[in-house]
Design a protein around this ligand. Structure first.
Ligand code: NDP
Length: 398
């Protein structure tokens, strides 16, 4: 029996994780659930899964949850980052799904890593921000880090067991990282200036949270995934080639030196990689239908267009710069995407803000976590200025 903490339980990945867990009560028991402020959703999850702890990152939401939860539910409510870290590192849990969105997930995910848990990593931003320090913490604690991002989970499945960080030893020539291309794959550069948050969040193949949906539309998601792949599989960016594959059926591929290319295929449903991580190395039913290749018929591939989608280029540059540059990129992206979703910044303003923030902040070695958190703060402050500047330019007053 695995005792699971789900960080970000009310989100898209969190709910898919609980769907898989709910199918296997003999294998998984929910130790803790966490969210930020969605009390209604957390209340119903607590009533269904009866965790030992429920954590709300927002203290006022924790108070409301504690008031509304009936005592007989037997759920203890905790609040804030300390609560998140406590349930991620408790000796009574052995498996942590890291599915908080954005930089807010770093501290609790790290708490799970440092306590040597099986960590199912969906929260790619945590790894992008802190790369080497994060992977060093995994090595020191002996945590079992399993990728949940569908592409990285596919690569993991295509590599020989135990050799996911020894690609030369495994005879790997390169990784083919697939990308759907997002909802604006065929939209002209001019039309991109007018796209709305609703259009950006309407992903053609996947149903996901708002932030990753916008990241998929700008291709920043692929940029973050490129960095994630380099850290997870201890490889260089020039060994990872992005292939736009609009059908989202091949989730990524690994090419070996003998010319063999192994691919992992499946319907675009996150329950597949989640079930793979939860039960690894066994296979369990994820509730996912069989793949019908007759209906799909054809697969297509194209190169990403870095002119219309500069975010992928910006992420590669941040990784090449190293040190704190990826943390600066990540924070600027989070702020720019939030401003776009609030209607304060145009879609093409997202890469413009990130590029100017990156140019204005010096890159220093990322050799301790406080340095990374400081650069994250600096990047957010600089982004707020840039977002104001771009909003004024767009309204014609600047
Ligand atoms: P959602 O926006 O759907 O859910 C985010 C979750 O994080 C919610 O439970 C939310 O709580 C919680 N949360 C938000 N802010 C905070 C905070 N400051 N402190 C603590 N908890 C917080 O996101 P997704 O499920 O789409 O994505 C989660 C992560 O997984 C992201 O890093 C994403 O890149 C990655 N991922 C997602 C995929 C997908 O298919 N969705 C695919 C691959 C990776 P509340 O509901 O209360 O706000």
């Amino acid at each position: 029996m695995r005792h699971v903490t789900v960080l970000g339980a009310t989100g898209s990945i969190g709910l898919n994780t609980l769907d898989v867990i709910g199918r296997h009560p003999d294998r998984f028991d929910v130790f803790a659930l966490t969210a930020c402020r969605q009390v209604d959703s957390m209340l119903s999850l607590c009533q269904r899964f009866r965790p030992r702890y429920a954590v709300m990152a927002e203290p006022s939401a924790a108070l409301e949850l504690a008031e509304r939860l009936p005592e007989e539910a037997g759920v203890e409510v905790l609040a804030g980052t300390e609560g998140l870290e406590a349930v991620a590192s408790s000796p009574d849990c052995d498996t942590v799904m890291a599915a908080i969105v954005g930089a807010a997930g770093l501290a609790p995910t790290l708490a799970a890593v440092r306590s040597g848990k099986r960590v199912l990593l969906a929260n790619k931003e945590a790894l992008v921000m802190s790369g080497r320090l994060f992977m060093d913490a995994v090595a020191e604690s002996g945590a079992e880090l399993l990728p949940i991002d569908s592409e990285h989970n596919a690569i993991f499945q295509c590599l020989p067991p135990g050799q996911s960080r020894d690609l030369p030893g495994a005879g790997v020539r390169r990784i083919l990282l697939t990308a759907s291309g997002g909802p604006f794959r065929e939209t002209s550069a001019e039309a991109l200036q007018q796209v709305t948050p609703d259009q950006a969040c309407a992903h053609p193949n996947w149903s996901m949270g708002q932030k990753i949906s916008v990241d998929s539309a700008t291709l920043m998601n692929k940029g973050l995934e490129l960095i994630e792949a380099c850290w997870l599989f201890d490889t260089r960016p020039d060994q990872v080639e992005v292939h736009v594959h609009p059908e989202s059926i091949i989730h990524s591929m690994v090419e070996y030196v003998d010319g063999s290319v192994l691919a992992q295929l499946g319907s675009p449903d996150m329950r597949t990689p989640i079930a793979n991580g939860l039960a690894w190395p066994e296979r369990i039913d994820a509730g996912v239908d069989s793949l019908n290749l007759f209906d799909i018929g054809r697969f297509h591939f194209e190169r990403p267009d870095l002119e219309r989608f500069p975010c992928l280029r910006l992420a590669s540059e941040a990784f090449r710069l190293g040190g704190t540059a990826p943390a600066v990129l990540n924070a600027a992206n989070e702020e720019a995407v939030a401003a776009f979703l609030r209607g304060e910044l145009g879609f093409t303003g997202i890469p413009a803000v990130i590029e100017s923030v990156m140019a204005s902040i010096a890159t220093v070695p990322a050799d301790e976590f406080p340095v990374i958190f400081e650069k994250d703060r600096e990047s957010r402050a600089r982004s707020a200025e840039q977002i104001r500047h771009h909003a004024v330019s767009v309204s014609g007053l600047g």
